[in-house]
Design a protein around this ligand. Structure first.
Ligand code: GLC
Length: 746
């Protein structure tokens, strides 16, 4: 599927001639050892984001850098520390080739923006791009010139902890956001000191990890691979992304790290990718554990041959590749290609012109955590909030003269709001909901914790202790709620209950939070539930009983202010779900762009149709869903014709009216359905959206144009085609819209 063909970014080429010449000249004078050194990436000496190799490797790392056997580092932080390690590479080695410094700047470095799934809920591509620019500016100010982002893994399984890191279940939205993030990180000139190289990861299909279990196997059909999984990666290439990262999973029996079809046929072949591919942490060596490589030598051979250019922390390339080349097992031309790709990115980053250009301690102090960045992440946070329910307009809250009870351990939590992928931020620096609410002084605000989410304060590399069973705070919380005019309950997940290695099978409110919610409800039903979580949760009881529910995800450094501004109506929520919320874990995978099946409805009034006998087949909240403090009406869906020939643009419009009393923004969504096709197509496919602001009572005519490429799909061999026949075009405020028009492609 070609994502939004109209907005392809024409590949902006660097003045390729002189970079290419410089790289070729350098390659000619490099020894085989030095070439392989460029293909070796070590972790910094204190941070880990994966299994730590045997003790004592730190000393070896210094020695290897001096010997010219290291081309890249990760998790070295701070201008001073980067300068120190860069100096060794530049001044103590024979050729002085600078290191490229990578880091997981997933949603911010020090100033933390909302988790990527939250940002996706904004559908605001400009805000998402700005958020990536802020992250790049701070990273580049502390010596980093390469981020391991954007993660563009499509996923339909909220049991998988890393859904927080991506853009949800839809490939079209995933493409648009991949493009925005790559452009935000890389800007127009990689050599600028506020831009960094981006990395599309994890290539590929990691989001389809079986049963949502972390690091698990992936078996997926090639039609799903080409139509759902690969498009955001292709969009990243078209946006000019400089690097890719492998995935830990196998794809249909072959580890992604050694997958020649993915790396050489698709990425470097069909898509013409000219950057380099880094393995994921130790994923080369893990091919031995998978039972795919006999030993580290075999793993190094398989990875290099398949198209992995750099080895992150498995020591396989630096230990095995030279012998493999000298034995004639691996062609040195493959090494040259990998090193050429790596050196090209280093030249484009300006590292050869000035290896210390990113190590400016004065700029570091001026840029990191600056007000402009906090303003930007606050804006992003407000736009990421999704209003799921608002019965009797309990929201927005009145600003004065009322007693507001604020309940929940997460309401005062300054850490969980930062999410789990924020290894450079400082703990407990997020604005809590309690702090945000305190800014509104017209009401009486009383806070009671009620219950925590987990025991203790888990860190990134620790297993979460069991969820708390302590109910000793219930009594005070219930007493406070009883006399309150309105109760705001902040419930959900601890920041480290989602993210890498955080798969869960129970997606209800962790610990005793559900009991706390029901205990409070028994004395006061005037409850606003504020969810703070890294994934869709199954909250059917709350959805049925609680009058107002706000999805706030993990909103980053300015979380509490964003939540308070929305609760008090200073910002009218405009977010829409980028991922389906199931009613029950048993429904997973559940997603909007599913196929009809042969028995979608119960026509014969018997049991023989596609359903469960214990839960209905509908989600709790569908993809694209989100409410506002106002309301919108859609009418006059118009198409310029009802028959089109191949290649003829299809013009569509709709009148949308803000029928409420306050101004608001709406994400107007356009879906298609290819009614009859050689390969069955989903009941709906997102093919366009526009985020539009409306004054109260204002009507706007919203226009879309579909091109031929928007109507096609890939077959099992990856061939893209558009088939003649009937189509439906749906437009609405979420994926359940039944407002449609039909046309025929002739
Ligand atoms: C981790 C993650 C990857 C990250 C890398 C470096 O295991 O899978 O996304 O970029 O290691 O930290």
């Amino acid at each position: 599927m070609a994502c939004n063909i109209k907005s392809h970014t024409i590949l902006k080429k660097a003045p390729y001639s002189d970079v290419k010449r410089k790289v070729d000249d350098l390659l000619k004078i490099m020894t085989l050892k030095e070439k392989i050194g460029q293909m070796n990436q070590y972790n910094g000496f204190w941070d880990v984001t994966g299994p730590v190799p045997s003790k004592g490797s730190e000393e070896r790392k210094y020695e290897d850098i001096k010997a010219g056997l290291v081309g890249a580092m990760l998790s070295v932080r701070g201008a001073k520390e980067v300068r120190a390690v860069q100096r060794i590479a530049v001044e103590d080695t024979r050729l002085g080739i600078p290191l490229i410094i990578g880091f997981d700047v997933i949603h911010g470095y020090k100033t933390i923006s909302p988790i990527p799934l939250a940002e996706a809920a904004s559908w605001d591509l400009e805000a998402i791009k700005r958020s990536a620019q802020v992250a790049a500016a701070e990273a580049a100010a502390v010596g980093i010139n390469w981020t391991f982002g954007p993660m563009v893994d499509i996923s339909r399984d909220p049991r998988w902890g890393r859904v927080m890191e991506g853009a949800g279940e839809d490939p079209y939205l995933g493409c648009e956001i991949a493009r925005a993030r790559v452009e935000g990180f890389q800007g127009d000139d990689l050599s600028q000191t506020d831009t960094i190289a981006a990395c599309a990861k994890h290539f590929a299909a990691y989001g389809f990890s079986e049963s949502g279990k972390e690091y698990n196997t992936v078996d997926v059909g090639t039609v799903t691979l080409h139509n759902m999984i690969l498009p955001p990666f292709k969009a990243a290439v078209e946006a000019g992304v400089k690097t890719f990262m492998n995935a830990f999973n196998d794809l249909n029996g072959v580890p992604a790290t050694g997958h020649e079809f993915l790396l050489r046929d698709v990425l470097k072949g069909q898509w013409g990718f000219e950057g380099f591919v880094v393995s994921d942490w130790a994923s080369i060596k893990e091919m031995v554990v998978w039972g795919h490589a006999e030993n580290d030598r075999d793993a190094a051979r398989l990875a290099a041959t398949a198209g992995t250019d750099m080895d992150m922390e498995s020591y396989a390339f630096v230990a095995e590749l030279e012998r493999l080349v000298l034995d004639g097992v691996v062609d040195e031309a493959l090494i040259d290609d990998a090193v050429r790709r790596i050196l090209t990115v280093k030249y484009e980053l300006g590292l050869f012109d000035d290896p210390y250009r990113y190590c400016d301690e004065i700029r570091e102090k001026a840029v990191v955590n600056c007000k402009a960045h906090h303003d930007a992440v606050l804006d992003m946070a407000k736009k990421s909030i999704v209003l799921l329910k608002n019965e009797d307009s309990i929201l927005p809250l009145k600003k004065e003269g009322r007693k507001v009870a604020l309940i929940g351990g997460l309401a005062a939590d300054k850490n969980s709001v930062l999410g789990s992928w924020r290894i450079a931020s400082d703990d407990h620096t997020g604005v809590s909901v309690l702090e945000g609410m305190k800014r509104y002084t017209g009401n009486t605000l009383v806070y009671e914790k009620g219950a925590d989410v987990t025991l203790g304060e888990p860190r990134f590399i620790e297993e979460l202790k069991i969820n708390t069973t302590d109910k000793s705070g219930f009594k005070a919380a219930v007493a406070t709620a009883k006399t309150a005019d309105v109760v705001v309950m902040v419930l959900g997940e601890h920041g480290f209950q989602s993210g890498e290695a955080r798969s869960r099978v129970d997606l209800g409110l962790p610990g005793v939070q559900q009991e706390l919610l029901e205990a409070v409800y028994s004395v006061n039903t005037n409850i606003v539930l504020v969810l703070t979580n890294g994934r869709p949760l199954t909250i059917p009881w709350a959805a049925k009983h609680i009058p107002a529910i706000v999805e706030t995800w993990q909103l980053g450094s300015q979380a509490g202010h964003a939540v308070a501004e929305v609760l008090y109506g200073d910002y009218n929520p405009s977010g829409k779900l980028p991922m389906t919320f199931p009613k029950d874990v048993g429904q997973i995978p559940i997603y909007y762009n599913h196929k009809r099946t042969g028995r979608p409805v119960n026509v014969a009034k018997n049991v023989f149709w596609s359903h469960y006998s214990d839960v209905d087949t509908l989600p709790l909240y569908p993809f694209g869903y989100g409410l506002s403090y106002t309301s919108f009406h859609y009418e006059n869906l118009w198409m310029n014709k009802d028959e089109y020939t191949l290649g003829e643009p299809i013009h569509i419009s709709i009148d949308v009216t803000n029928t409420g009393k306050v101004k608001g923004k709406e994400v107007v969504q356009l879906y298609i359905h290819d009614v009859f096709s050689s390969l069955i197509r989903p009941v709906k496919e997102l093919k366009g959206f526009q985020l539009i602001a409306f004054e109260s009572q204002e009507t706007k005519t919203v226009r879309f144009t579909l091109e031929q490429d928007d109507l096609g799909f890939y077959d099992a061999e990856g061939n893209y085609s558009v088939e003649l026949g009937d189509f439906k075009v749906y437009i609405g405020g979420d994926s359940t819209t039944n407002l449609y028009a039909t046309f025929t492609l002739v």
